[in-house]
Structure formats: structure tokens, C-alpha cells
Write a protein that binds this ligand. Sequence first.
Ligand SMILES: N[C@@H](CCC(=O)N[C@@H](CS)C(=O)NCC(=O)O)C(=O)O
Length: 228
Amino acid sequence: MITLYDLVFQNDRRPSPFCWRAKFALAHKGLPWKDEPTGFTEKHKIAFADSQLLPVLKDSETAVKDSWAIACHLDKAYPDKPLFATEQELLAAQLANGWVDIAINGAIFPIVVADLVERVRPEDKAYIIESRGKRLGTADFGGFQARAREKGVATLRTALEPARRVLRERKFLGGTRSNYADYALFGSFMWAHVTSPLALLESDDPIYTWRERMFDAFDGMGRKAKAA
Ligand SMILES: N[C@@H](CCC(=O)N[C@@H](CS)C(=O)NCC(=O)O)C(=O)O
């Protein structure tokens, strides 16, 4: 039995882009899993994996931390419906994964941070204010977000250009079907969707059309999730 420890916000919202990667990887492989919602201040739940971060996956007696390691574990343990059918597909996905971590998550965080803090569970609020305040150098999240939005949405749209070039011509980053590169990028759109009402994309953007497709994937898993 697989259990996925998934970050939880207020009203059962699931914001974590990395947890979304793991959920899409499981769905891609057609594997059932048990969901274990875990708040920021419930790190004791993932102590068995020696992790301070989510997602964590428990697969029988095996503990796996980190979304990329989870994807690699799933392909190794369950070779059917591979995420990485070839070494080349794995390397391309790894590149996409790192690009999203740095360029896309880095562009999204400042423009949603206040909305995100607002949606954290009340019992986790002090923790997020302290930890994200330290990261930003201010606890005035509203002011920080407002200033970041002056240029930040345009910056994000520019940062998305490498994916846009593929999606002008293809349905998915994986070509005719979605693959881990799609899950890595879509995880970040889920993060924004669940934490903030901010519109990130114009409707004539090929990435917008792709995002709609991804919302519908796997029985509308993303679309059914509680949004901001
Ligand atoms: N490289 C890790 C990053 C995981 C990560 O940063 N998770 C965040 C949630 S989005 C977390 O658990 N943060 C806990 C905290 O800040 O205390 C992965 O891909 O799984």
C-alpha cells in the first residue's frame, strides 16, 4: 500500500507543487494511494522518513522523500506505464524539473506569497509567518506581494517561453501524451491555483490551453481540487 504525505492548508486545500508532481506521477502509473494530509507543524508525521519537507511517500516498508526521488522510485518499483520510458526521457524530465524549480517557482512565489499565507491552516500561521518572513526579509507579505506583482506576472510569462515554444506545436511537453515534464510544470500552476485568485496567463497563450488540458487529465484531478 502506498501512502502519500501531502501538504494541507485551510479547508483541505492542497497547495504543494512538489506534492502535485507526486500525485500526477502516481496517477500516470495508475497506482492507487492513501492520502495523508500533513500541516506545516505536523513534521512528526514524516519523521520516519527523516524529512522536514513534503511530499513523502511510504511504500510498504520503504520511505521516499523528495518528489524527483519519488518519481524514480515508482518507475523502479512499478515498471508498468513508465514515467521515463528511456534514459533520454528521464534526462529531459530532469532538466524540466530543475527549470521549473528555479525559474518558474522562483517567479510564482513572490506574486502569491500573501495569498498563500492567508490560506495556511490557523495552527500553522505562526510557523509560515516566521519561516517565509525570514526568507523574504519582511513580514509585510501584502506589501511585498503588491510590489512583486508590478512586474512579476510579466516576468513569469517570459520565464515560461521555453515551454510555450513546445506547446505552440504539441499538445503536451511530452508530445502527444503528458509526461513528467508536464507534471513538474503543472504542479506549479496547481500551487498558484490553490493559493491565489491571481490570473497568471492570458487566454490566448498556448500555455493557457495546455493548462486547461492538464486540469482535465486523470479524471479532472487538478480541476476537482479546492482552489483559492
Ligand atoms: N525538492 C523537494 C522540495 C519539497 C518542498 O520544498 N516542500 C515544501 C512544500 S511545497 C515543504 O514541505 N515545506 C515545509 C516547510 O517549509 O516547513 C521536492 O521536490 O520534493
